[in-house]
Design a protein around this ligand. Structure first.
Ligand code: SF4
Length: 314
């Protein structure tokens, strides 16, 4: 069983594009260790198991290392998405990298404080990110080369023109990054509030993404693209959709999965999700060569922009 777990619903940053809306509906909550134990016990005999851990900001959960350790020692592939701020504490970074984590994904919204801090809404956050990245890359190089680090680019109006510089900055400082990744813009009630600085159509974003991907290719970095279909980016980038560039152990599928949120108390309350809510156009996608493998586009994006960005590749 794969499990997608929001271990908490609060964060020290106030990112303008954050999709973790849960915190608006419930008071600050942490997932209980009892629920984690119940998940692990129930799926003990499954051969393939992955725990996708997120939040809120998951590193702020006081038992995060125990949670990761519990999954890892029970045969789960453990993958966390974090803002990485707490890695600026060296002791914390060391302990976390020894928890049994397999892959860490950290978004890099900019390569200078004037962009990054504006996106996170917190002064000093770029500085903390830089120290945090320095720490975890140092530990990985010296003691934990098996841990994969993925650095993620954000597709938002305010920072998209800076992404090529971000790739250069990453190559200069962390040339041994395992994966770059680009995630299509996820719309949420928060992005609505900052529409002027966040929301951008995929067609508008495409030229910026092209220059980034060319740079990523020039540097020989690996890149995973999700939520942006090939018909928007163009077939010349089809190699980035090829899972062969991802190591076999890292090729875990998110769907189907159990969706677990911090306010839930029992496993029976968790939702089993067969597939993502992404959508495709019946008229356009049915004629497309990639329709069998393409995941389509976020439902909320389609509600706002329609299918105007899509063009069948015949
Ligand atoms: S299947 Fe649809 S969304 Fe996917 S690449 Fe083809 S036209 Fe685009």
């Amino acid at each position: 069983m794969n499990a997608f777990i929001e271990v908490n619903n609060y964060c020290e940053l106030k990112c303008r594009f954050c999709v973790a809306d849960l915190g608006y509906k419930y008071p600050s909550t942490n997932i209980s260790m009892e629920l984690i134990d119940e998940i692990v016990d129930k799926y003990q005999n499954d051969k393939i198991k992955a725990a996708f851990i997120t939040g809120g900001e998951p590193l702020l959960h006081s038992a995060i290392n125990d949670i990761i350790r519990k999954f890892a020692t029970n045969g789960y592939y453990t993958y966390i998405t974090t803002n990485g701020q707490l890695f600026s504490n060296e002791k914390f970074a060391v302990e976390f990298l020894y928890s049994g984590i397999h892959r860490i994904s950290i978004p890099v919204y900019g390569c200078c404080a004037s962009i990054y801090d504006k996106m996170t809404g917190v002064e000093g956050s770029f500085n903390a990110l830089k120290i945090g990245l320095d720490n975890i890359f140092y530990i990985k190089r010296k003691y934990a080369p098996h841990i994969k680090i993925e650095l993620r680019l954000l597709m938002a109006k305010f920072n998209i023109g800076n992404n090529e510089d971000v790739v250069e900055w990453i190559h200069e400082n962390y040339p041994d990054v395992d994966y770059m990744s680009i995630l299509g813009l996820q719309l949420s009630s928060r992005t609505n509030n900052y529409e002027h600085m966040i929301e951008i159509s995929m067609t508008e974003a495409a030229p910026y993404l092209h220059s980034c991907l060319k740079k990523i290719r020039e540097y020989g970095m690996k890149c995973i693209i999700t939520g942006i279909p090939l018909c928007v980016l163009g077939e010349e980038f089809s190699d980035f959709y090829n899972t062969k560039s991802i190591s076999k152990t890292d090729q875990v599928q998110l769907f189907p999965h159990l969706s677990i949120q911090p306010h839930l108390k029992k496993l029976d309350d968790c939702l089993y999700r067969e597939e993502s809510s992404k959508q495709k156009s019946i008229d356009i996608c049915q004629q497309c060569r990639y329709q069998a493998t393409c995941e389509g586009v976020q439902e909320r994006y389609i509600k706002k922009y329609g299918f105007n960005d899509l063009k069948a590749i015949v």
